[in-house]
Design a binder for this molecule. Structure first.
Ligand SMILES: [Zn+2]
Length: 576
């Protein structure tokens, strides 16, 4: 066997380092895996070969070939991104053109060597992939349809090799729309593609696949069987849902592909080997194991004297891609014992699809196939069996919806609790603010009461002073009158009397001033206290509320705060 790898195909990459699933590491990973496993030493290793334009033009238009040829030139640098942006799932850079020529040329080269008998079989580890590329259009990561170019080359350019019938098996999870169109009317090429497919109007399925799966056209349906002389030579097995595994693929193999291949008896088999149905693939959503691929490949190696060529298509979980590729190479080198996983049953939808396909085939070119008839009988028996996998699947679905309902309930409860928590937090904040407010007011009331007490004491003191002052002044006045009479009654009596009157007037004036001032101060102070009384009442009310809150919380007895508030409240009317 031979394998073909060329690092140059890694030059095809996103233009600005964007991350893309169809990345250069895909083929690097495969190659490293093969080297680590030592299989590259035991097979013929071929470098890449550049495709010739005339071979590409066997399936592509001249315009398309020129487009891919010129896409990486300097002149296209400024326009390349814009050109790629109008295409469906295509990126382009300076290495795209060379990689596309190498991918197509390498598959042609390996196919030629296998057809010639120079190699028993081969694996072309190439990218960009090819099966979506149409005659005049690049799409779905594909620039040239590598496998179609190789098939057409063997049939049309190498009559000497006597290749008259080619079976193309496409196990990539996506429909090989390009390959199908290229050999639509050609009975020399039997195409078998198994892929996920949109199912219109089926709500159950739409829930899984949202009604579509790339490339999302109607081309991948099971009733697309070819046309004219090619009618019946195009076989689609459209999976209705993800989750297909080894058992589903083997059901399609045993009940469709293998009986049909026996009937068709190909001279060589080209395998569009995409590994995106492999377990863990981010696009495929299926779960074919490396062992599953081994069995599928081994079953095909029974035909065409084992002349089989694998050409890499998709496959985007690097680890799964590399493991599946290694398993296939080991089968090609016949180094691997085949393990068929027993006990697994195909999905109900798989049996439905396979039955429909089987029926379709018997109405077409393989109508008289005994093997197909037998296979269909076997299939009926398989369906009649009670399938534990379906029962478990059904149970799991029910549990899932139950969990979803519980999740909804829990979510609602969580929201409710969150709202209550927020309410409580707001309330606590409010209580805290009122507590501070209350403390401030209490301090103010205390200081006001102190001032009032001082003012009252001062007023009493002044009153007492005044009481003592009045009789004393009167006595002094009398004494002075007597003295003046005694000493100089004649000379100074008038003058003295005048002085005394003045003094008395001034003294009275002073006393009045002091008294007026005191009265005024006292009135101002009392006015202020009256104003503050309103605040004190508010404080008392708040204290009571606060206490109620405290009571609510601790169920304790009335606190000092409440007593204080009551006292304050009762003292205040004194100023009325
Ligand atoms: Zn694919």
């Amino acid at each position: 066997g031979g394998s073909c790898y060329d690092e140059t195909m890694c030059k095809h990459d996103t233009p600005n380092g964007e991350v893309d699933v169809e990345c250069p590491d895909r083929i690097r990973f495969i190659w490293e895996k093969l080297q680590l496993a030592g299989v590259t030493q035991r097979c013929v290793v071929l470098g890449g070969s550049k495709a010739e334009d005339k071979h590409l033009k066997l399936v592509h238009t001249k315009k398309h070939v020129n487009f891919v040829k010129s896409i990486s030139t300097k002149q296209k640098d400024s326009r390349r991104n814009r050109i790629a942006s109008v295409l469906d799932s295509i990126y382009l850079n300076g290495g795209s053109s060379e990689a596309a020529y190498l991918a197509a040329g390498s598959v042609v080269n390996v196919a030629e060597k296998v057809a010639e008998g120079e190699l028993d079989c081969g694996f072309a580890i190439v990218r960009p992939p090819g099966h979506h590329a149409e005659a005049d259009e690049a799409m779905g990561f594909c620039l040239f349809n590598n496998v179609a170019v190789a098939a057409s080359y063997l049939l049309n350019e190498r009559p000497d090799l006597d290749v008259k019938k080619i079976l193309i098996v496409d196990w990539d999870i996506h429909h090989g729309n390009g390959t199908q169109k290229m050999f639509w009317k050609d009975p020399r090429v039997l195409i078998f593609s198994v892929h996920r497919f949109k199912v219109a109007g089926n709500a159950y399925v739409a829930r899984y696949d949202h009604g579509s799966f790339y490339p999302a056209g109607d081309d991948g349906d099971y009733n697309m069987v070819g046309e004219g002389p090619g009618k019946g030579f195009n076989i689609n097995v459209p999976w209705e849902q993800g989750g297909c595994g080894d058992a589903d693929y083997l059901a399609a193999w045993d009940h469709i592909l293998i009986p049909v291949t026996k009937e068709f008896n190909p001279d060589i088999i080209l395998l569009s080997a995409g590994f995106d149905a492999a377990i863990g693939d981010p696009l495929g959503g299926c779960c074919v194991t490396p062992d599953g691929y081994s069995v599928m490949l081994k079953k095909l190696m029974e035909f065409a004297q084992g002349k089989i060529v694998l050409a890499l298509e998709g496959g985007y979980n690097l680890e799964s891609l590399a493991k599946s590729s290694l398993a296939c190479v080991q089968v090609l080198l016949e180094e691997k014992g085949i393990q068929c996983s027993s006990g697994a049953y195909p999905l109900e939808s798989t049996r439905r699809v396979v039955r429909a396909e089987n029926r379709e085939l018997r109405y077409n070119v393989f109508a008289d196939s005994d093997t197909l008839m037998t296979s269909n009988e076997n299939l009926k028996n398989l369906s009649a069996d009670k399938n534990p996998a379906d029962a478990i699947l059904h149970e799991v679905e029910e549990l899932k919806s139950l969990w979803a309902a519980r999740d909804g309930e829990l979510e609602a409860r969580r929201k409710e609790l969150k709202a209550k928590k927020m309410e409580l937090e707001t309330w606590l904040m409010l209580v805290g603010a009122r507590e501070d407010e209350f403390r401030g007011l209490r301090a103010k009331v205390e200081s006001l009461m102190r001032e009032r007490d001082e003012a009252v004491a001062k007023a009493e003191c002044l009153d007492k002073e005044l009481q003592e002052e009045r009789p004393r002044r009167r006595l002094e006045n009398e004494e002075m009158d007597m003295d003046s009479e005694d000493e100089d009654m004649d000379m100074d009596s008038e003058e003295l009397e005048h002085d005394l009157k003045t003094m008395s007037r001034e003294f009275k004036k002073d006393i009045n001033l002091v008294f007026e001032k005191f009265k005024k101060d006292n009135e101002l102070f009392i006015g202020e206290l009256k104003k503050e009384r309103e605040l004190a009442i508010t404080a008392a009310v708040i204290t009571t509320r606060y206490q109620v809150c405290r009571e609510w919380k601790s169920q304790g007895t009335l606190s000092l705060e409440l007593k204080f508030a009551a006292e304050v409240y009762h003292k205040l009317p004194l100023f009325d």
